[in-house]
Design a protein around this ligand. Structure first.
Ligand code: BTN
Length: 334
């Protein structure tokens, strides 16, 4: 955020009291016109600022958007945050980074208030309405073999799940490889995209979408999606959760670079909603049907078929033959 914005917000304080405009002008050392202009810009970012002729200015509410001024002060990141870019609307945060891979450095984070062409795994659309959810992508440039890049999906899933637990949604779990579910419905999804040569990773884009405060879902999403607000019965701060996700991702990425996948696998196995469930996975060489066991140390899903043969699945979409919801009470739209 512009430092003038930060200084205006600092001058207005946190208590919601009226602050005479003469004091704001003095503290900032800029003209009345300039203050008016910057206050108008802050309003477009979602800050509620009242102005009255004899009283001055009053900050009624801070923004619920993940603007830099709300997110950056909450960060304690080392790896994943070199540059933070916020846009009220983008086509897709993943697409934004994909177009500028060469010029942007590792740790660039791009966040959007809404997406017009948000995309999910398997070429699906990711529903991205304005002002209620989190849509962010992080650019990573790890010096590892391209074969290890799928591990980053699991690293990101562990980070998101930890942040969701820290927000109070301790029942949330992971559906391998990286869907975050609550009571059988999807809270968050991760789309990792890679630019690489056969033996050289140029960049990995980790895209994270979290349903935060969305209360109504269109069409088929009614049956399959939910939000943290629905799970917790209260609104959740988008900027605070954005910062928590970046903090957790930073930690998980640093651990992965140093120690590999071990700690991530242990955590995800503990919170896997698939363990013990009958599952079906469509693979190019045919279908695998069986009972899901844990996640292997290489990050694969172990499935034991009816004949007792274990298959380690390294990619694909898992379909539950019996829904996860059977394990706990379901989320209903009513
Ligand atoms: C999934 O299908 O589960 C993955 C969904 C990933 C959605 C996020 S939202 C931010 C980023 N930008 C996109 O276009 N997609 C990802």
């Amino acid at each position: 955020m512009d430092s003038v914005h930060n200084r205006i917000l600092a001058a207005l304080g946190t208590k919601g009291d009226w602050v005479p405009s003469t004091r704001v002008l003095q503290e900032l050392g800029i003209s009345r016109m300039a203050v008016c202009k910057q206050v108008r810009r802050l309003r477009t970012m979602g800050y509620e600022i009242e102005a009255a002729p004899r009283l001055g200015y009053r900050l009624v509410a801070r923004t619920g958007s993940a603007v830099p001024g709300e997110v950056l002060p909450r960060l304690r990141t080392k790896h994943v945050l070199r540059t933070y870019l916020y846009f009220p609307e983008l086509d897709s945060t993943n697409e934004f980074l994909r177009k500028q891979l060469a010029t942007l450095g590792e740790g660039t984070v791009v966040v959007a208030g809404s997406q017009t062409q948000g995309r999910g795994r398997f070429h699906r659309e990711w529903f991205s309405p304005s002002g209620v959810n989190i849509y962010l992508s992080v650019l990573l440039k790890p010096a590892v073999s391209p074969l290890r890049v799928p591990e980053l999906s699991l690293v990101a899933a562990a980070a998101v799940l930890r942040a969701v637990h820290a927000e109070g949604c301790s029942e949330a779990g992971v559906k391998w490889p990286n869907d975050i579910l609550w009571r059988g419905k999807k809270l968050a999804g991760i789309l990792c995209e890679m630019e690489a040569e056969t033996d050289l990773v140029h960049a990995v884009i980790v895209g994270i979408g979290i349903n935060v405060n969305m209360m109504t879902f269109p069409g088929p999403l009614k049956q399959t999606a939910t939000s943290l607000r629905r799970a917790l019965g209260r609104p959740v701060s988008v900027p605070a959760l954005t910062a928590e996700i970046l903090n957790r991702l930073d930690e998980a990425y640093g651990d992965w670079l140093r120690d590999g996948l071990g700690p991530v696998v242990a955590f995800l196995s503990q919170h896997s909603v698939l363990t013990g469930c009958e599952v079906k996975i469509a693979l190019p060489r045919g279908e695998v049907v069986g009972r899901a066991e844990g996640i292997t140390e290489l990050g694969a899903l172990r499935v034991v078929q009816a004949d007792g043969v274990a298959q380690d699945i390294t990619s694909g979409e898992v379909q539950l033959c019996r829904p996860v919801v059977a394990k706990s009470k379901g989320d209903s739209d009513e």
